[in-house]
Design a protein around this ligand. Structure first.
Ligand code: F3S
Length: 290
């Protein structure tokens, strides 16, 4: 069996950085005398991977699930994950004198800066992305006016703006590039005054392209990722288009692989929040058993 593992499978730069930040904070607190140690929190799960989160919880890291919970915390270290958060979260931490360790991915931070600066100038913000996704919620929270979120071509078609206003279009970092281009084209065709900043992250784009190429030649495709991770689900969608037999699994335990006799090539890729050890386990299982 020919097994092709995508080079871009697994943690992206931003997620790796966030996970390492948690590890560093655990180490830093462990090195302090007990009476000086502070509790460590992450604002939301640090990544969409329950195994990694559980491992950190076992080391004492607590996950804050809501603003209300954050408001109750008066002492500790709060780590912001790579998705980033709205401005008001920083404000609450400052008011409560809680130490903020910011692991927002620099690429997401760049979007916050654009949105904040442009909206302060009176430009209206359009975010191409999935409304409700934590990254999009974070981005929304940096606009001083009311941003609009557009997730589909239909939504772009029905957008009823003012041609006399200035708009700035940014995208969720994990949005699909072709869908983004389609949406932008609609705004341009409708004659809106738009300044387009493509803020899709290359890591996602490269992972998607590579997954697409591998799944074109694979008889079986395995996508490893958490069902709650939008980039993993998108990866699955892309692979499924090219390769009918695409499996979406979280860990090796979910893999019940049935290979037809004609199958010669198995492709493997993984979402941005899949740790290396899980990818390795799946890869060596397939290599050993087929
Ligand atoms: Fe950052 Fe791109 Fe990952 S925006 S978190 S490096 S997908």
């Amino acid at each position: 069996m020919n097994v092709i593992l995508a080079e871009s499978a697994g943690f992206c730069f931003g997620v790796e950085r966030a996970v390492n930040t948690v590890k560093e904070q655990i180490l830093a607190q462990d090195n302090l005398p007990e009476e000086q140690r502070l509790p460590i929190y992450t604002y939301g799960s640090i990544i969409h991977n329950k195994h990694v989160v559980k491992d950190f919880e076992d080391k004492g890291v607590k996950v804050i699930e809501s603003i209300e919970e954050l408001q109750e915390i008066k002492k500790g270290v709060v780590i912001i994950r790579s998705h980033g958060v709205e401005k008001k979260i920083y404000d609450i931490m400052e008011q409560n004198h809680v130490t903020c360790v910011d692991a927002t991915c620099p690429f997401v931070k760049r979007i916050h800066t654009i949105v904040h600066t442009e909206s302060e100038k009176g430009v209206h913000i359009i975010i191409v992305g999935n409304d409700g996704h934590p990254e999009v919620e974070g981005i929304k929270g940096w606009a001083v006016n009311r941003p609009v979120v557009v997730g589909t071509a239909q939504e772009a078609e029905s957008f009823d703006g003012d041609p006399a206003l200035e708009y700035c279009i940014v995208s969720q970092t994990t949005f699909q590039n072709d869908k983004f281009q389609d949406i932008v084209a609609i705004f341009c065709e409708k004659g809106y005054n738009v300044n387009v900043v493509n803020t899709i992250c290359n890591a996602t784009h490269e992972r998607q392209e590579e997954a697409c190429k591998i799944s074109e030649k694979a008889d079986i495709m395995i996508v490893i990722g958490d069902p709650n991770s939008s980039n993993s689900r998108k990866l699955y969608e892309i692979c499924r288009k090219e390769c009918e037999r695409t499996y979406f699994i979280q860990t090796l335990d979910d893999l019940h692989l049935e290979l037809p006799d004609s199958a010669k090539t198995v492709g493997i890729t993984a979402g941005a929040s899949t740790p290396n050890n899980i990818i390795e386990e799946v890869q060596s299982y397939v290599r050993r058993n087929f």
